[in-house]
Design a protein around this ligand. Structure first.
Ligand code: ZN
Ligand code: ZN
Length: 71
């Protein structure tokens, strides 16, 4: 999924919890949220891989399903 720059509304591709807007020359911090309950996910980093875990009973969330929202 893509996210929208809050300043210029360009569509950005999130990478590693960050989105870079070339129009505004800035990085936008993203928060990972559960697609089911929309609560912030716990980020588990292991061996270079990142996993997302919902503490509200939805377990591990695949990176493709994580909702990223600008913070
Ligand atoms: Zn922008
Ligand atoms: Zn959840």
């Amino acid at each position: 999924m893509s996210i929208i720059c809050p300043d210029c509304h360009a569509e950005l591709e999130p990478q590693n919890g960050l989105a870079h807007c070339e129009n505004c020359h800035k990085d936008i911090n993203l928060e990972a949220r559960c697609p089911e309950c929309h609560q912030p996910l716990q980020v588990l980093k292991a061996c270079g891989a990142v996993d997302y875990f919902c503490q509200n009973g939805h377990g591990l969330i695949s990176k493709k399903r994580v909702e990223f929202v600008p913070v």
